[in-house]
Design a protein around this ligand. Sequence first.
Ligand SMILES: Cc1cc2nc3c(=O)[nH]c(=O)nc-3n(C[C@H](O)[C@H](O)[C@H](O)COP(=O)(O)O)c2cc1C
Length: 476
Amino acid sequence: MARRIRFNAFDMNCVAHQSPGLWRHPEDQSHRYKELGYWTELAALLERGRFDGLFIADVLGTYDVYGGDDRAALRNGAQIPVADPLLLVSAMAAVTEHLGFGITTGTGFEHPYPFARRLSTLDHLTGGRIGWNVVTGYLPSAARNFGADDQLDHDDRYDQADEYLEVLYKLWEGSWEDDAVVRDPERNIYVDPAKVHHIGHSGRHYTVPGVHLSEPSPQRTPVIFQAGASPRGVRFAAENAEAIFVAAPSKRVLAQTVSGIRAALEAAGRDRYAARIYALATIVTDATDDAARRKHREYLSYASVEGGLVFMSGWMGIDLSRYDLDDPIGEVESNAIRSAVAAFQEFDDDGREWTVRDIGRWAGIGGIGPVFVGSGATVADRLQEWADDTDVDGFNLAYAVTPGTFEDIVRYVIPVLTERGVYPTDYVPGTLRNALFGRGDRLPPEHRGARYRPGGPGSTVLPDEVSRNVAGELIT
Ligand SMILES: Cc1cc2nc3c(=O)[nH]c(=O)nc-3n(C[C@H](O)[C@H](O)[C@H](O)COP(=O)(O)O)c2cc1C
């Protein structure tokens, strides 16, 4: 049977998210990111295309690695100015019924206690359509503005994220029992205190003794997204992630990354397919191959190589302005996105070494991922070929111009995939988690988060709190 293909849209609350320079294109609307209408129209369009979700990236710093300051980033509008992703969700949820929302926030910059409540709030307001993209950060400028000299070392950031998630799982999964809210006017009880548990967390980074502030939301824990692909990142993903975003410039690197993730999921006691893997890609399509190629050439004429190098320097943690444009990056240590560096130290699909100029050009449209150009049928062929050869579940689609890129995909590509029987014809009703896996709204029992349920092996809920029912009687 032909492999099914899923789509996510990739965006950010800024201009020209992965296409530096294309904010100058007359059709690009990304400068409207400050208007609610821009987001509600996009959400409605994606739901018409039966996208799984809209994934909104975020950073809390500037890309000041390139050239050693933030002037090039500012000049290019390279993810600066950038606004908050969470505040967009309620409005988009109000105009859609099924679309999921994957919101990015970092584990280094916000205490887990208020964060747990904000996500529970969004899970309630969206009817269980919220996902959280857990990132550990990669920009030293972000850490500096939180008062540190630099960000933590790469692997220490993941250790901190482990504890961050432990606190959240305890709050989301362990604090409130499903029937804690009784709303009983006869007995004058809104919440049964015996069913709300203090989590008693005391760890290296966080002390959270009390109860979660929100009552259980449809999914409790939002769908956990993750996007790091270094060995430590994959270990973290294997324990926590339900959707994984990967970015690779070649099919070979992508296939290696995906098989590493699938093996790590199994090593963590989960099914190889327990996480949906979406590969970053950009589609430039039109009615014919020729028209699509013309459109691509036109987009390229707006792309900024400098903007591409600003991004790549930030992602790699290497100031590419110090290199000769015709040099390869060679053997370097990175404290940023290690998988990004590794991907460009490999050869491309044509067996060539990447030079700095190639990297800057490549990142001009679509970031680290490939650009598929052609008619709906041609692009569908490429997507199917990449999915078959790499074992990904789908694609995380960036835009060249917005909403034009997404409109073109809905118009030219989705009908072809649907006709070939490889694209969903309808949404699975219910929460985002159920739509992705069809196994209900909550985390499955084999997931790390389920261990923190009251009475579970990871629970720190006091024993007498779990063992008494409403009337104060012991239960077994
Ligand atoms: C497709 C993709 C999207 C990402 N989006 C973000 C983001 O929005 N914000 C962020 O701080 N990091 C983002 N990252 C970085 C990762 O989440 C992670 O922190 C980084 O990849 C380091 O992981 P690694 O060294 O394990 O690869 C993204 C990475 C990829 C591949």
